[in-house]
Write a protein of this length. Structure first.
Length: 246
């Protein structure tokens, strides 16, 4: 399905990013694994990817840093000759009530989750324009649509990602660069492991499908958006949330 394509997935050493990287590789894409934290985990993902018979390498970069993202994309193009698919998955949360939220907690989340998406889009833009084609898939969140108490920083960033997706889709459409977002609901990863049992039960009670999502549920939709089957879709956000927000 994606044979001969090259992909860059940010924050791909674990969780949803890892599942997306593996899914794209399973469909034949060469995949660059961006990471910020554990090099060993990133290398383990690279080894898993190679088992699908495609090329892969890991690359450390802070998605919020202009120089690092530029260098990252340069390396992807030098290794793979193109960058056909960019998945902006890297993200953090620093939850707190607004009255208690420190400026730093707000800034860190906006930097990584919103500015990071902008930096990576900007970094691939020239190459994708030159190629006259590409797919950009941004990982937002349903709380970017619905809001969530205790997550003003995170929800503002994720709502921003939806706006950024639409503006980029309009700017890049004439070059056949399609830009979409996915908005996961409650997906079981290290990020959600931090929630208390009560918080998890509370979430579960709001999900019509009565179960939590798996990283692979998100990865399969990203794979669809990266594929030829999605060639007439741009500027959209697809909720992957078991019906939680509708
Ligand atoms: P996770 O914490 O397991 O993974 C996030 C990854 O991003 C980590 O590998 C981390 O090292 C990386 N990262 C963080 N800051 C970075 C930076 N500055 N530069 C590069 N990499 C960086 O979380 P996850 O649950 O797999 O989340 C992945 C994405 O999905 C995030 O954008 C998150 O906001 C979003 N999301 C998750 C859920 C959920 O329920 N898990 C729901 C909605 C949206």
């Amino acid at each position: 399905m994606l044979s001969g394509k090259s992909a860059l997935v940010t924050g791909a050493s674990r969780g949803i990013g890892r599942a997306i990287a593996l899914e794209l590789a399973k469909q034949g894409a060469n995949v660059a694994v961006n990471y910020a934290g554990s090099e060993d985990k990133a290398q383990a993902v690279v080894e898993e990817i190679k088992q699908f018979g495609v090329k892969s390498f890991k690359i450390q970069a802070n998605v919020a840093d202009e120089k690092e993202t530029k260098a990252m994309v340069k390396e992807v193009v030098s290794e793979f000759d193109s960058v056909d698919i960019l998945v902006n998955n890297a993200g953090i949360n620093r939850d707190n009530l607004i009255m208690r939220m420190k400026e730093d907690e707000f800034d860190q989340v906006i930097d990584t989750n919103l500015k990071g998406v902008f930096q990576c889009i900007k970094a691939v833009s020239r190459q994708m324009m030159k190629q006259r084609g590409g797919r950009i898939i941004n990982v937002s969140s349903v709380v970017g649509v619905s809001g969530n108490a205790g997550q003003a920083n995170y929800t503002a960033a994720k709502a921003g990602v939806i706006g950024l997706t639409k503006s980029t889709a309009k700017e890049f459409a004439s070059r056949n660069i399609l830009v979409n977002a996915v908005a996961p609901g409650f997906i079981t990863t290290d990020m959600t492991d931090e929630l208390t049992h009560e918080q998890k039960e509370g979430m579960l009670s709001m999900i019509p499908l009565e179960k939590l999502g798996e990283p692979e549920d998100v990865a399969r939709v990203v794979r669809f958006l990266a594929s030829e089957d999605a060639k007439y879709i741009t500027g959209q956000t697809i909720n992957i949330d078991g019906g939680m927000v509708m």
